[in-house]
Write a protein that binds this ligand. Structure first.
Ligand SMILES: Cc1ncc(COP(=O)(O)O)c(C=O)c1O
Length: 485
């Protein structure tokens, strides 16, 4: 019996290289020809069944796996690389980001720490963001899988500071607008608070920003009731409508009341790259902590986010764990302390900084900023066109890159209108021509378009509107046709 090859590298590197080149060519073609494919299509039961097979004992040739990826995976992902994707808040990725992810996987760096250049790359990215956002030199940060994880890290520090100052966990109260993202509730839960009781969701003004006078009144009321106002969260772009809270007023209010000020910058922090939008984020650098994403408006392939902490020394105090096998030294591989694992939850981490770093290096901050500004202009244009239609109502002020609207024509009651709007979204998605998503505002079903992808152009907005028109005709006729824009 022939002895098995003694390690996992290819026996024939030239054969591997040829197949690897074919894989790369296929992915480059897939990106170059995005418009030739549907934005999204559901996978058939037969395709899904392929992923029901048991753990394989024997391996398969790479060529076979490559084919399976192309036939059974590539056509059925969510479609956010496609210019017609307009749902949720998904970045489109870039070819450079794809290559960076491949380089990072090839290097197989564990970016948790040790004396290696990957840490310098990450620190440079953090410094770029620190300066862009206007944080002081004392600030530090660490890359995370996204804003949800970044928020947990920020809130651990905020909670520990409050407890160190004599606070009582069960009396701490957090404040945010009713529009705040659900990741805040989850983070509160993770750090041991009861979000149902300890998060005060403050009503918004007409612009869907947190109402400052209601906020102040609530803080005063809670303090009078013996509670401990602790955390104030501002949104630099809410997920539903893109509303930006008045961050500089919130920062001042937090200082005046002794609250920790955290900013959710998942969606909007990178709008600091666009000079025409940056003034709306005034005050963002006054936060005690900030969570943000690169995989949204930064167009970095998933997943990459970051937490930024105003007081770096304080941050490290809360996370540095003295593990005997992770001790540091002035020289050798144990040098270059502090390490990313001293700033967050993960010890072993991917080298996500490389794809962020390469994206900024390849495209430059000005060009990325122009992409962001263009998405906002497209959103304003779409909102104006929708507002001019008799049977459509805008459901929120258009802000940043998001437009929320619903069909409101005919003599239908609210229940029927909800059903029609849900059906519209479903039909548009199934058409493969565009993919908005659905949200809920004031208890009503609302169509939501978020223009995050740098590839989306006016042509895609035209196609969305044409597809919506045929989807509407089919929905009202109830004839089962799918939008044929
Ligand atoms: C405003 C806002 N905050 C937080 C998040 C959560 O970010 P992530 O998915 O990177 O964890 C999102 C995601 O869409 C968001 O839009």
């Amino acid at each position: 019996m022939a002895e098995e090859h003694s390690n996992l590298d290819p026996e024939d590197w030239s054969q591997f290289r040829a197949e690897a080149h074919r894989m790369l060519d296929d992915m480059v073609d897939a990106l170059a020809q995005l418009r030739q494919r549907p934005v999204w299509q559901p996978a058939s039961e037969a395709v899904r069944a392929l992923f029901d097979a048991p753990l394989p004992t024997a391996g398969q040739p790479l060529a076979q796996l490559h084919e399976q990826c192309m036939e059974s995976i590539l056509p059925y992902v969510v479609g956010n690389a496609h210019p017609g994707f307009m749902g949720w808040v998904h970045g489109g990725g870039t070819p450079v980001g794809m290559m960076a992810a491949m380089m990072a996987a090839g290097l197989n760096v564990n970016a948790g720490g040790r004396n290696q250049i990957a840490l310098d790359v990450e620190q440079q990215v953090v410094r770029w963001m620190r300066d862009l956002l206007g944080f002081p030199a004392t600030a530090d940060g660490v890359l995370t899988g996204g804003t949800s994880a970044a928020t947990v890290i920020a809130l651990v520090s905020a909670r520990n500071e409050a407890l160190d100052a004599g606070g009582e966990l069960s009396r701490l109260v957090a404040y945010a607008s009713t529009e705040v993202h659900g990741s805040l509730r989850r983070a509160l839960m993770v750090i041991g608070l009861d979000a149902a009781v300890q998060l005060q969701a403050i009503d918004c003004n007409a612009q869907l920003q947190i109402d400052l006078s209601r906020l102040e009144a609530q803080i005063a009321e809670d303090r009078a009731a013996g509670l401990q106002p602790w955390l104030l969260v501002g949104s630099a772009g809410t997920v539903n409508s893109g509303a930006v809270d008045d961050l500089s007023a919130l920062a001042a209010l937090a200082r005046a009341h002794g609250l920790w000020f955290h900013v959710d910058g998942a969606l909007g922090a990178l709008a600091m790259l666009a000079p025409e939008i940056a003034p709306r984020l005034r005050g963002i650098g006054n936060a005690d902590s900030l969570a943000m994403d690169f995989h949204k408006w930064g167009q970095v392939p998933y997943a990459a986010g970051m937490v930024m902490m105003r007081d770096g020394a304080q941050h490290r105090r809360h996370f540095m764990a003295a593990e005997h096998y992770l001790q540091r030294d002035a020289q050798g591989l144990a040098g270059h302390s502090p390490w990313p694992c001293d700033f967050g939850i993960d010890l072993s981490r991917e080298f996500a900084a490389l794809k962020v770093w390469m994206t900024f290096q390849a495209y430059g901050s000005a060009r990325l900023g122009r992409m962001i500004a263009r998405g906002c202009r497209l959103a304003a244009d779409l909102a104006a066109r929708l507002a001019a239609m008799d049977d459509v109502e805008l459901m929120a002020p258009q802000s940043l890159n998001i437009v929320c609207f619903r069909y409101c024509g005919g003599a239908y009651d609210e229940v029927a209108l909800d059903r029609i709007n849900r059906e519209l979204v479903r039909r548009i998605q199934l058409s493969g021509l565009a993919a908005p998503s659905l949200t809920c505002m004031g208890g009503r079903a609302v169509i939501r378009v978020a223009l995050v992808n740098h590839r989306t152009s006016l042509q895609d907005i035209d196609r969305l509107l044409a597809t919506m028109q045929s989807a509407l005709e089919a929905t009202l006729a109830g004839d089962g046709r799918i939008g044929e824009g």
